[in-house]
Design a protein around this ligand. Structure first.
Ligand code: ATP
Ligand code: MG
Length: 562
């Protein structure tokens, strides 16, 4: 386990590169990173890793981190996503100051650089169809073939490129390509496309442009314009780095350095925005912020804290090889945070009525209950106790198995913060189901009283029937049933959807103190897990709680086995 308070990125290989760069006074020792989301969906937990890394590296090195919307593909992008991304980065605790940029702001400059490349004889307009382009590209084992348009004159290229920009040709008719090397062993260097014709409206530039730059060309230029020193991206761009470097070197502009790290993969989780969008659009989840979604907004609505997400990103570290992280580590992080800060309360999810026959009808007694056993400064509250209570259905069994230390005929249990009770008889309905358990209580055993030390094997949570308030509680399970996260791109993830990823319990009874709960509160429902109000669906008088995470920690257990 890492030290809980170690700096976010103290000792990873990226920091080692930066240490070297500082030693050599590269870029005058300056460090500037950027987080470059494409606004084509909501951010997910994988992006959180990138955010913590980029902003963390900047903070740790006295540098800056920019937020840049990589909005070079007009057809998939939307302002809804731009807004949600900013909200999520802020929620995680990071700030870009006055450095919020859009790649689309650089379209004029990116275009000018393309003209320069043509003038340098390093780019040409190509009329091959997409099909022909594929055929000419060659394969990993065979070199490509040069396009018949490769040796167009600079004048002709300038003329055609200008006319592409002016909208004279239909979508896909022509492209601008870099003139590099059709025999390069790296396919990305075989005259890659720099610009394509796309008569689509852009969410920021409207219809101003009908040609759009490719990511591999726009990205290095955007980094360079912003004087980014270290451009951190995920491993799949490793083979694109030569093109990144070629672009900056050929144009002779500020040399940002691309550094690749392994993306986060999580068991039971799908992360690609493309797939997440599919879940939303097909109505398989309620929205991008459905509490089962691995989006940052989903985690937030579920009740995760930014501290827990940052802690998780710290613990998984930064590596150069892809791997899959067990989702139980993420759960461990939130559990640890909430164990410390979650107020203890009692809630009965599946109520069973208990009547204490020897307790006077109509009498209510107010008992003291601590809000947190380890934090006396969190205070205590008063709990009403009376003749009629609710306990969990599963805490009573008429014919118990061995070692059932809960309520059963003739057996005593302690009610948390209250008394020891003993089951005397049951009431059943016509189908034989127990509908009421009749008990007696021992008035000498009040918690905190002189006899409270008497030991019984089980302690149950409960609520007072006339005082408790009704609530809905939503229990969540994983969205996906198995662990083949690394292959998610290829496998049919719809077939892996867990049909039981949400259970709605609509007849829960929670202690009346929860009527004052707000969405920022986090609770431990004793013996049940950690819960918070659902920020969308909960209303005063009609409370809806989400289970953030259960109490059982499978990650710690795994670690102990290992
Ligand atoms: P997706 O495949 O989910 O759509 P993306 O890489 O296309 O992800 P971008 O918006 O382009 O999404 O990503 C913004 C930044 O976040 C990039 O630098 C990208 O490398 C990083 N990123 C995306 N997914 C992950 C991940 N799973 N782990 C770490 N970083 C990630
Ligand atoms: Mg992308």
């Amino acid at each position: 386990m890492t030290e809980p308070n170690s700096p976010v990125v103290s000792t990873n290989f990226i920091q080692a590169i930066i240490n070297d760069d500082k030693k050599n006074n590269k870029h005058d020792g300056r460090v500037q990173t950027r987080f470059p989301p494409e606004p084509n969906g909501y951010l997910h937990i994988g992006h959180a890793k990138s955010i913590c890394l980029n902003f963390g590296i900047a903070v740790q090195n006295g540098g800056l981190c920019n937020l840049r919307f990589d909005d070079t593909n007009p057809t998939k992008e939307d302002v809804e996503y731009v807004d949600s991304i900013q909200e999520d980065v802020h929620w995680l605790g990071f700030d870009w100051g006055d450095r919020r940029h859009y790649a689309s702001d650089y379209f004029p400059q990116i275009y000018e650089y393309a003209v320069q490349l043509i003038e340098l004889g390093k780019a040409y307009v190509c009329d091959l169809t997409p099909q022909e382009m594929r055929e000419y590209r060659g394969t990993l084992t065979e070199p490509g073939k040069e396009s018949p348009y490769r040796n167009r004159s600079i004048e002709e290229n300038l003329d055609l490129f200008t006319r592409m920009k002016n909208g004279e040709f239909p979508d896909g008719a022509r492209v601008l390509r870099a003139k590099i090397d059709m025999a390069s062993p790296n396919l990305n260097m075989r005259d890659p496309v720099l610009y394509r014709i796309m008569k689509s409206e852009h969410h920021r530039t409207g219809n101003e442009w009908c040609i759009y730059p490719m990511y591999d060309y726009a990205h290095p230029i955007s980094d360079s314009i912003e004087n980014i020193t270290h451009s951190i991206c995920t491993l799949e761009f490793e083979d694109h780095r030569p093109l990144y470097d070629w672009t900056l070197e050929t144009l002779g502009i500020f040399r940002s350095q691309q550094i690749e790290f392994a993306r986060l993969n999580l068991t039971n989780t799908i992360m690609s925005k493309r797939f997440l969008r599919q879940l939303v659009e097909q109505g398989r989840v309620s929205s991008w912020d459905d509490p089962r979604m691995p989006t940052i907004s989903g985690l937030r609505r579920r009740g995760y804290t930014p501290e827990a997400v940052r802690d998780f990103c710290e613990r998984i570290g930064v590596a150069k090889a892809n791997s899959v992280v067990d989702i139980s580590l993420l759960e461990h992080c939130i559990r640890e945070d909430l164990n410390n800060r979650g107020r203890r309360v009692m809630a009965v999810l599946r109520p069973l009525k208990v009547v204490i026959d020897n307790y006077p009808a109509g009498q209510t007694e107010w008992l003291d209950a601590e809000n947190h056993p380890e934090h006396p400064e969190m205070g205590s509250r008063k709990l009403p106790f009376g003749r009629e209570l609710y306990i969990e259905q599963e805490d009573f069994m008429e014919v118990p198995p061995k070692k059932f230390f809960r309520l059963t005929p003739g057996q005593e249990v302690r009610l948390k913060h209250a008394y020891i009770i003993k089951c005397e008889s049951v009431v059943k309905d016509a189908s034989g189901r127990v509908t009421e358990v009749h008990c007696t209580y021992d008035p000498e055993t009040k918690s905190g009283g002189s006899q409270s030390g008497r030991k019984v094997k089980g302690t149950l949570h409960w609520v007072s029937a006339p005082h408790a308030i009704a609530a809905e509680v939503r229990l969540y399970d994983y969205l996906l049933v198995d662990d083949k996260t690394e292959e998610t791109e290829q496998t049919d993830f719809i077939a892996r959807l867990n049909p039981n990823s949400m259970e709605k319990l609509t007849t829960c009874m929670v202690e009346e103190n929860l009527a004052q709960a707000t969405v920022s509160d986090r609770f431990q429902f004793l013996r049940q897990g950690y819960f918070c109000l659902d920020s969308r669906d909960s209303k005063p008088g009609a409370l809806v709680f989400n289970r953030i995470v259960g109490l059982k920690d499978s990650w710690v257990k795994e670690q102990q086995k290992a």
